[in-house]
Design a protein around this ligand. Structure first.
Ligand SMILES: O=P(O)(O)O[C@@H]1C[C@H](O)[C@@H](CO)O1
Length: 292
């Protein structure tokens, strides 16, 4: 890179350079970015006029190391709207610093996106949820952020966003309403939930005592991603929609303790991703891109 690269991440100029390098590899100019969670990359298969850019061909881009995360950008159209999908995301537990986990969001912003859809696989903490439910993120709890690992730590460049960004309203209320209306039209009311996602560092899944603690803190679902990406998106003025596929229910009692595995997460993803894909496509079809 040509410019100063502090320990906290790439400079504004670096991000512009990475974005222009990626745009040279595609004919498309996306307006909507979509980050695919564990096992949820299938959405990329229905992108029309698709062009793929592997992460390995993008200078300074991290590589994915987790099963269920392929490692490529997919450009094209969903319901006639120009999109870019991250088929594979980065996680803090892979050993990446927080800023690197979320740097693709800045790259997507520099490529022209104004809306970000973030998906994930998550464990259900709310006793009323069940495996296979879809939970719209109304809010999040940034557990790493609260303990000193906020993705925005370090020198701030105001060209990205303000030093002290407000996080109230991170998840766009119009997009939440659109998702709810769309879900009703698709007949998904019985599987649609809304709640608070809490991010843990991972990669270890929660103990029973930890699940109880997270539930008592007001979280409805727990996962190992999404929050850094959403925080960076809010910081740079992107409107965000977040949704979790509940792939397992966290154990809140020792009697019924069940050990979650990544294989189980991927299996439920494979089985239920279709519902999530239909919801996202229908939402995009109804989305007003001039609305932000
Ligand atoms: O990328 P997401 O948040 O969907 O992945 C979840 C959290 C862990 O990476 C993994 C655990 O199975 O799935």
């Amino acid at each position: 890179m040509t410019t100063d690269q502090s320990a906290e991440g790439y400079s504004f100029e670096d991000i512009q350079l990475i974005a222009s390098n990626v745009l040279k590899q595609t004919r498309h100019k996306p307006s909507i970015g979509i980050i695919c969670g564990s096992g949820l990359g299938g959405l990329a298969d229905i992108v029309q006029d698709a062009e793929t850019v592997p992460y390995s061909s993008i200078p300074e881009f991290p590589v994915t190391t987790v099963k269920g995360h392929e490692g490529k950008l997919v450009f094209g159209y969903l319901e006639g709207k120009p999109v870019v999908l991250m088929r594979g995301r980065f996680h803090y537990y892979e050993g990446y610093p927080m800023w690197k986990v979320a740097m693709p969001v800045r790259v997507m912003k520099a490529m022209g996106i104004s809306t970000l859809i973030v998906t994930n696989a998550a464990g259900g903490l709310n006793e009323n949820f069940k495996t296979g439910d879809l939970m719209i993120l109304r809010d999040h709890i940034d557990l790493p952020g609260l303990t000193g690992e906020c993705v925005l730590i370090g020198k701030n460049d105001d060209r990205f966003g303000p030093r002290f960004p407000a996080m109230v309203g991170t998840y766009d209320s119009e997009l939440i309403e659109l998702a709810k209306e769309t879900a009703v039209n698709l007949g998904y009311s019985s599987i649609l939930r809304e709640g608070t996602y809490i991010m843990i560092g991972g990669p270890s899944f929660e103990t029973v005592a930890e699940s109880r603690l997270l539930r008592n803190w007001g979280a409805d679902a727990v996962g190992m991603s999404t929050v850094p990406e959403s925080v960076v998106a809010k910081h740079c003025g992107i409107r965000v929609f977040g949704i979790s596929l509940i792939t397992d229910m966290c154990s809140l009692s020792y009697d019924a303790a069940n050990a979650t595995t990544h294989e189980e997460v991927l299996a439920i993803g494979e089985k239920r991703a279709g519902d999530l894909q239909k919801l996202i496509c229908a939402m995009i079809g109804n989305m007003n891109l001039n609305n932000n």
